[in-house]
Design a protein around this ligand. Structure first.
Ligand code: KIV
Length: 269
């Protein structure tokens, strides 16, 4: 398993790959493909729990799915995304929630949607032995304040992101997700800090890339414009489900090889 320091060694030498996974089956496939980091993202709220945002995801939801992913992952670093209001309200409670992901569920690190309010917490968690991945740019948990739009689009906002990136790196964050910021801003932030940046919609100059696994698989109906699909799992699933239905309706399933009977059990009525 790459440790958090291995990611720092990889930065600049080869691009780091990170994908989300929310369940055991998908995590094992992502792990087998040698993706270095699996993020149990709170995107789970939209992708698997049927909400229209990440806000309703709870600490219990996250813990259950982090455990499933961690149990099925042998090599990748497993990062637990801390859901809305699970951190930042109260320091002791923030530590308890982050610690639960590591201690009880088997994650290797936590990701915090970051801002000025997470600098001190990042330092505290790191001191306690909980590795922190910071997350700047578009932070979907704040979407009621910011809307889901590209961030850091003015010089002032871009400088603010650069400053926050430096402060989180100094506080001990081991890496930084940059979401939906202009590529040239992401490139400058990547140059300015020692820790690896992992971009999503942030251009090619980050040290790594992260995407939502359902988008990569071609399972999402309307993926975001910065995403890319590398398969057509939606069509494959639709075809398989329709074929199953047709086989049952036509009496082709179950066939003899799917069936067992025992003559001693005849005439049980
Ligand atoms: O929840 C998530 O999937 C994320 C990534 C998009 C970085 O935070």
């Amino acid at each position: 398993m790459p440790g958090v320091r291995d990611l720092q060694t990889m930065a600049g030498a080869e691009p780091i790959t990170m994908l989300t996974a929310y369940d055991a089956t998908t995590a094992a496939l992502v792990d087998d493909a040698d993706v270095e980091v699996i993020l149990v993202g709170d995107s789970m709220g939209r992708e698997t729990l049927g909400f229209d945002s990440t806000l309703p995801v709870t600490v219990d939801d996250m813990a259950r799915h982090v455990g499933a992913v961690a149990r099925s992952t042998e090599d990748a670093l497993v990062v637990a995304d801390m859901p809305f209001l699970s951190i930042g309200v109260d320091r002791a409670q923030s530590v308890e929630h982050c610690g639960r992901m590591i201690k009880e569920e088997g994650a290797n690190a936590v990701k915090l949607e970051s801002g000025p309010h997470t600098v001190e917490l990042t330092e505290h968690l790191t001191d306690l032995g909980i590795p922190v991945m910071a997350h700047l740019g578009l932070t979907p948990q704040s979407h009621n304040l910011t809307d889901r739009v590209r961030q850091a689009t003015t010089r002032e906002a871009a400088r603010e992101q650069l400053d926050l990136a430096k402060r989180h790196a100094e506080a001990g964050a081991f890496s930084l997700v940059l979401e939906h910021v202009p590529a040239n801003v992401a490139a400058q932030i990547t140059d300015a800090i020692e820790i690896p940046t992992i971009g999503i919609g942030a251009g090619p100059d980050c040290d790594g890339q992260v995407l939502v696994v359902n988008d990569v698989l071609g399972l999402t109906e309307s993926p975001p414009p910065f995403s890319a699909s590398f398969g057509d799992v939606r069509s494959a699933m639709t075809d398989a489900i329709s074929a199953y239905r047709a086989a049952v309706k036509d009496g082709e399933y179950p066939a003899a090889e799917h069936t067992h009977a025992d003559s001693t059990l005849d005439d049980i009525a």
